[in-house]
Design a protein around this ligand. Sequence first.
Ligand code: G16
Length: 550
Amino acid sequence: MTSLPVDAIKALADQHPKPPNVVFQYGTAGFRTLGHALDPVMFRVGILAALRSKRLDGKTIGVMVTASHNPEPDNGVKLVDPRGEMLEAAWEAHATNLANAPTTDALIVALEALVQNLRIDLSKPARVVYARDTRPSGPALIASLEDGFKAMGAEARNAGVTTTPVLHYLVKAINTKGTKDSYGDDSEEGYLQKLSTAFKKLVAGKPAIPPLVIDCANGVGAILAEKLAKHLGDTIPLILQNTAIDTLGALNNACGADYVKTSQKLPPSLSSVLKPGQRACSLDGDADRLIYYYLDDRGQFHMLDGDKIAALVAAFIVDLTKSAGLDDQIQVGIVQTAYANGGSTKYLSERLPVKCVPTGVKHLHHAAEHYDIGVYFEANGHGTVLFSPDTLEKLSTYQPSTPAQSTALNHLINLTNVINQTVGDALSDMLLVEVVLAHRSYTGVEWDSLYVDLPNRLVKVVVADRNLFKTEDAERRLVSPPGLQAKLDELVRRYEGGRAFVRPSGTEDVVRVYAEAAVRAQADELAFRVAGLVYDEVGGDPAKRPSEFL
Ligand code: G16
């Protein structure tokens, strides 16, 4: 093919028309909105994925249909680049542009321009691999996506219903197959084998691991967790909860990582399951986020979020590099966002280099690539650990001089296999956490006591147009609407240990407010006062003003 298959595209595009008066945007994690609105977007994403593959010489591009932590009626789609990472930022704009072409003819014009501007060689092959989560709107959206592939004559592999991290793994495994960098067998089974084998090696010889309760958010994580449990056998007993993937409305509803993180509460469905002192964790709807927690002897809930995971894991890796005699050659660094609890940032920055970047794993991932070993976690439990190519090379060629060094080196090598380095992965992160807890002989209590979280509060504000809100300084300050940041500064000054920021969500149609302060009641009050300021600023309906405390 040396020119666009215009007739095929036209014929199929007419079956997926874009409604007028809707604007689509490739946001924090791809396109995300009500599932039934996404039909034209899917078709166009199918075409774009094929073009991206051609542009990259036929490398396989991933497409994941999911809305992750969002409620069930929402759905979404995101593209995965050949190394398993998020789509290159420049192409997000191309995706937005194609999605908004108002007619079939306008779509053809936009495609022709894209091919010309990016000098895409249309004679190259197009290869894609795609998957979806368990949402009811998924099958119809997959059919629209497949029409996009068909229009372009792409070679498309359907990975079925699986988690977002498995899809990222598959993309990397397919593109590295048969090379010296082979990432593993390019199948879900290969993924499960890789993680479970490394996990078993890492915990060999450690005392028996007590059972772990997993809240699967009634999503696709339930399917994978069940398969993983079989691979792990009795190395770690997993008690799966919230596995109702076929119950309408159950997905992420009063369960899952986002519910736990935002409400800072135990999912009600676990209240009769979880025993005091027992560890539990929640996945989100596509199993790329992980939040741990436990109940203390008095039944009080303690959350161990992405910041706590970063602290636990980073300290363990630093200790291993020291024990291996590699600490002068390998630098470990941390990447966080503005949502990181002030307590965690203080604790970590006293020990390691810490960088703050805007929300979205794509930003964290790229920043983490600058370290020899980059540990990145969002407070919401989305994150992973990256080992740079140089570090991987060092680990494979290093000659340890004592048995202790050799053991630590092996642990580090096994960690590179238990960790899904393509993207945040709840199940892989869960195994990583369990390895560290087993090595440290920690329960949730010791882990929790690494540092004390500042009381904090997240609030969503529904406004007419969230795009009025623009930020700078890694989203810690507002530049628009003008004057609002000064009002926030004035307010925050009145709270001891106060910190707050406002940013538009990239996955939901809301503005998010985060606040923390030295005392719980103050953190709550500050959050709702900031939310009120935001609401008033854009002239919202007084009846809907955020007002839990005021
Ligand atoms: C996605 C992104 C995360 C981000 C989250 C919330 O998570 O992958 O990096 O933190 O959305 O983003 P926002 O505050 O912009 O809505 P997920 O788990 O939904 O894919």
